[in-house]
Design a protein around this ligand. Structure first.
Ligand code: ATP
Length: 454
């Protein structure tokens, strides 16, 4: 199942409070979005699922949360100042701007004119001024990827955790790119979040680890409800590789607008640590790096036996949170026929991703006893710490079911007169729409069974 088109998803996201255009009351700003009450939960859940699988479920990865504002030297030595560019063309007829690689350099998608300027490089990094004087003498970049501060913290982390190869550093956080043509809802935006792992390995083991991470990441996306049939591995052709990459495999997903990159998995070789390290000449670095006389840190690892220093290779799985959200929403979305002339919209999200884990619905909104018990169940289930549990006291049970189908709540728990009489509750399943009775004392177990991995 999937949405018929992007408009269906955009409409659901706005109607139910997942995603809004940023600055909408002032006409909005292109390429920027705000995440509403349900969007923030879904986003947090997706990030938590990534963090759990990358950090908690492994013993060879450490976490990091580095600053967004980045010292220019970092992005100078990483190569971003010189090469983090897109080829830009202007239409001479209507003055619109396009990415040459997106339009194939032929004609203007807006007015059809073939009068386009020659492509010129446009740097995608945002700059901002530091301190009170705005004369360009003191500025920082808003990081265009989370990776670089992982590399600059390499020695801090090795020294403080006594790690040896292979091991990884994971980070989730905002990244900023001044995209020429933001488009396709949250697919291509100017402010987004990345979930990045830099996995450090010995040279020679890099290809094996690259394959390992591609498979691992495909499996993870499947666990988030993305069907394998909509995922494709794309080996990036040599001429399109980033300056640091020996090989990149993109995981492509069939978004409503077509197959596009969901995650990139790159073999970054010893380029990054090699570019940021001091004493480059002593370290036998293979990548084509530029001289660095600014760094004060040796970003290398000493072999315990041979005592030789070497610069690790890096395998990087880098996924976008917004693209992940779009894929997960698209996969979960369906409009089902129920009965003769009725249909329902349902988001069959994996329960661990659902913004609301359970809705507690009192059958009568004004019955004090029923509402009191409903509140007690809400508090009890919320206390499990498994995510948001919502008391839904609208008095209209049919409407509540429809709403919770549409926002992906896996179960609704109804408190009714039977609860007062014999302590039973009604559990209504989102996917099957079946209603079953259970004793109120089983509520915790039911929610745990739904959410806690065995
Ligand atoms: P594209 O070719 O689509 O511009 P990219 O190859 O530049 O993407 P990477 O630099 O590999 O992207 O970034 C890693 C991940 O970050 C991407 O797979 C994507 O999920 C996410 N990402 C990159 N740019 C954007 C953006 N402008 N908006 C939303 N997500 C993005």
């Amino acid at each position: 199942m999937a949405a018929k088109n992007m408009e269906e998803l955009v409409s659901l996201c706005k109607r139910r409070g997942f995603i809004f255009q940023s600055g909408e009351i002032y006409g909005g700003l292109q390429g920027l979005y705000d995440f509403g009450p349900l969007g923030v939960e879904l986003k947090n859940n997706l990030k938590q699922a990534w963090w759990s699988s990358m950090v908690y479920e492994r013993d060879d990865v450490e976490g990091l949360d580095a600053s967004i504002l980045t010292k220019p030297a970092v992005l100078q030595h990483s190569g971003h100042e010189d090469t983090f560019t897109d080829p830009l063309v202007d239409c001479k007829s209507c003055n619109s701007r396009w990415r040459a690689d997106h339009i194939g350099g032929k004609s203007c998608p807006k007015c059809g004119s073939k009068e386009l300027t020659k492509p010129r490089p446009f740097n995608l990094m945002f700059k901002t001024n530091l301190g009170p004087v705005d004369d360009g003498s003191s500025f920082a970049y808003l990081r265009p990827e989370t990776a670089q501060q992982i590399f600059t913290n390499f020695k801090n982390i090795v020294d403080s955790t006594s790690r040896s190869l292979p091991f990884g550093i994971a980070q989730i956080g905002k990244a900023f790119r001044n995209e020429v043509t933001p488009r396709n809802f949250i697919f291509r935006v100017r402010e987004f979040e990345q979930m990045e792992l830099e996995f450090f390995v010995n040279k020679g083991d890099d290809e094996k680890w690259h394959e390992y991470w591609v498979e691992k990441r495909l499996c993870w996306w499947e666990k988030q409800g993305v069907s394998r049939s909509k995922l494709k591995e794309h080996v990036v052709p040599a001429e399109d590789l980033s300056h640091y990459s020996k090989k990149t495999i993109d995981i492509m997903y069939e978004f409503p607008h077509g197959f596009e990159e969901l995650e990139g998995i790159a073999n970054r070789t010893d380029f990054d640590l090699g570019s940021h390290t001091k004493n480059q000449g002593d370290l036998n670095i293979g990548a084509a790096i530029k001289e660095n006389t600014d760094s004060v840190s040796r970003l290398a690892i000493q072999d315990v036996e041979t005592k030789e220093w070497s610069v690790p290779y890096v395998i990087e799985p880098s996924a976008g949170v917004e693209r992940g959200l779009l894929a997960v929403l698209n996969e979960a979305y369906s409009v089902e026929k129920i009965g003769e002339n009725k249909e329902r919209t349902v988001l069959s999200l994996a329960p661990h991703l659902s913004p609301i884990k359970a809705a507690i619905i009192p059958l009568k909104r004004n019955n004090e006893d029923i509402v009191r018990i409903a509140k007690e169940v809400k508090v009890e289930l919320q206390g499990l710490g498994l995510g948001r549990v919502l008391l839904e006291n609208t008095g209209n049970i049919g409407k509540s079911y429809r709403k919770h189908d549409e926002i992906g709540t896996p179960i609704c728990i109804t408190i009714d007169f039977d609860t007062l009489e014999n302590k039973t509750i009604t559990i209504r399943n989102r996917d099957t729409m079946l209603q079953t009775k259970a004793n109120i004392s089983e509520a915790q177990k039911i929610l745990k069974d739904l959410l806690v991995k065995q």
